[in-house]
Design a protein around this ligand. Sequence first.
Ligand code: ADP
Ligand code: MG
Length: 346
Amino acid sequence: MAIQILPARLANQIAAGEVVERPASVVKELIENSLDAGASRIEIDIEKGGAKLIRIRDNGQGIAKDELALALSRHATSKVSTLEDLESIMSLGFRGEALASISSVARLTLTSKPAAQSEAWQAMAQGRDMDVKLVPASHPTGTTLEVQDLFFNTPARRKFMRTDKTEFGHIDEVVRRIALSRFDVDWVLRHNGKQVRQYRAARLPSQQDKRLSAICGSAFMQAALKVECEHNGLRLWGWWVLPSGARAQPDVQYTYVNGRMMRDKLLNHAIRQAYGERLAPDTHGAFVLYLELDPAEVDVNVHPAKHEVRFQQARLVHDFIYQVLAQALEQAISASSSGQTLDEPS
Ligand code: ADP
Ligand code: MG
């Protein structure tokens, strides 16, 4: 075959393979957009595990009428414009790919109203053509993204979707994890019209504990130690459960870097090492930990789904996390042997 430039839709569908693995990945991308738009309330409606409908409604800054079509095109982003921007990124998004990718594998409807615009407009990107139609709509300030019939035109992907229950489980997990990254946001999650989760904006520590307990379980909450330490521009804070409490825990292992949820090998390794020998072979630690550092020290553009990061000073970051946690562990254990609050693993 001769070399040829791929048609736009096909190029988007190929890119979609990297970003949109399953309904939960759509939910993650859309929520991140809402957070980047400064939303303080995000409502998520799911039907049939997300296969039929994913609807995210926010009260963020909205998208102007003449930018709606642009928002749906590939490499279109309002978040970075120069390489320097990319090197110190604060927003969750920056690739300008999510909406283009999603609209190439689903029927997408985008309705939005910025505060400065008197009426709302709606854009639809459905079916095979890339044409975007604009119609007037009714919507308060903010944005609603509706994704219907995910993978309707990519049967191979569709086949990989599991039962509604399984797919919804993944969505629920994404919402829980992101809800722990933004205590100041109101969250509502519904499945097939039924409210499944509601987390009210939590500003006071006691309210935050309540959310933590709702998401991670009261057993986690009771066993959790709070850590907080800052050194040389690195800050680690959060909650973690000591080995003695770890056995009873479900798999709560959440890490965040500058507010972005992560599955990062380096972080997990440092945490695991801090638990050390105290963790019995088939047990896992449980933790919700936040690392904050200068964004210029982290490269977030490593993975299309942005799950991984690269640290400029990997060793330093690793050792910092290890030391903070190992020290906290030592202190807690010596406190428990002189006091009596914590039991050692038998
Ligand atoms: P990225 O988030 O990487 O910029 P996306 O494809 O996810 O790329 O979104 C494209 C653009 O559409 C964003 O840069 C933003 O300007 C706009 N946008 C998307 N979702 C929203 C939203 N919920 N509220 C306001 N603007 C949005
Ligand atoms: Mg985005």
